[in-house]
Design a protein around this ligand. Structure first.
Ligand SMILES: Cc1ncc(COP(=O)(O)O)c(C=O)c1O
Length: 328
């Protein structure tokens, strides 16, 4: 019999699928790792489980405790699933630019969600970082997971995403590409892959309004780069501790509009109903090909983060897309 003892055992082992139409003009084999097959429909289940397990191991999280996190939804969903199975409470802080469906899903899993303003600096007491930190100090027996600086995040990808891609490609991967936010996915996965084969290139996909690309290239934090943007899940106005920028070969920025249009093309042309940052990542690969052309022997793996259902009210809604000027 193939019966899992609980839903957490089904995290990982997601498929890698070749893109056929969108990348037809590129001689390389370009594939996406489809992470929506995880039980929380996102790659974040991997690091959510690892962050909880590590907090249990070192005594920060005790039975009946409360998990607090600032999350755009996916990490929250992963944490909520882990909390259900293991018997913890969850409080999440998020920002008012996120798709409302994401909050409803978290509430459906028993979590409390506090929506904070997007248009404030991270150090502002109203920001979703600050509110999470304050609650963790006020609520007894609670832990702020802090996916930005908690190194269990990148370790999860070093232990699961990286080895899985290596195994699934028989070690033939030449390029790894993914959207970058906390930096956990790119840093952990790339570290493992480059340990196997240092020639593998790692490309991060960022968005306009974020400081990550400039920080990677110059090592300086330029607040002038920061402005609000529509793309969800990638880009930062802080430098999370999960980054090891030395592992990343190049960072490409994709506009909100091009990410949104590519997210729609992935659904219609490839049958891949993916999240918004997958649109950024695939568009980023097309742009990178113009700068550093891929060749026929290249095997490019794009780690995508989540499922399209979380974006029904926005990127898959014609009225919303027209309002934003993304379609006529
Ligand atoms: C939809 C989505 N895409 C991309 C990312 C970026 O991944 P990472 O935080 O591992 O850099 C996130 C992280 O929250 C996300 O939720």
């Amino acid at each position: 019999m193939q019966i899992y003892s609980n839903i957490l055992e089904t995290i990982g082992n997601t498929p890698i699928v070749k893109l056929n139409k969108i990348t037809a003009h590129i001689p390389a084999t370009i594939c996406v790792k489809v992470e929506y097959g995880n039980p929380g429909n996102s790659i974040k289940d991997r690091m959510a489980l690892k962050m909880v397990e590590d907090a249990e191991k070192d005594g920060r999280l005790k039975p009946g405790g409360t998990i607090i996190e600032c999350t755009s939804g996916n990490t929250g969903m992963g944490l909520a699933i882990v909390a259900c199975v293991k018997g913890y409470k969850c409080i999440f802080t998020s920002t008012d630019k996120q798709s409302p469906e994401k909050f409803d899903i978290l509430r459906a899993m028993g979590a409390e969600v506090i929506v904070c303003p997007t248009a404030v600096e991270s150090a502002d007491p109203r920001s979703y970082y600050s509110v999470a930190e304050r609650l963790s100090k006020e609520i007894p027996n609670s832990v702020w997971m802090n996916q930005y600086d908690n190194l269990s995040n990148r370790q999860a990808h070093y232990e699961s995403t990286g080895p899985e891609i290596w195994r699934q490609t028989d070690g033939k991967i030449t390029h790894f590409v993914t959207g970058i936010g906390t930096g956990g996915t790119i840093t952990g996965t790339t570290k493992f892959l480059k340990e196997q084969n240092p020639a593998i290139k790692s490309y991060g996909i960022d968005t306009f309004g974020s400081i990550l690309k400039q920080f990677h290239e110059t090592g300086t934090f330029n607040p002038a780069e920061i402005h609000s943007y529509i793309t969800e899940g990638i880009g930062e106005d802080i430098i999370p501790k999960n980054y090891d920028f030395s592992l990343i070969d190049f960072v490409e920025k994709v506009t909100d509009k091009e990410a949104a249009l590519m997210q729609r093309r992935l659904a219609k042309e490839e049958g891949l109903f993916l999240g918004n940052s997958a649109g950024s990542a695939v568009q980023g690969v097309l742009q990178i090909h113009e700068k550093f052309p891929f060749t026929k022997d290249d095997l490019v793996i794009i780690a995508t983060h989540d499922h399209g259902s979380r974006y029904i009210g926005k990127f898959f809604n014609d009225k919303w897309m027209k309002e934003k000027g993304f379609i006529d």
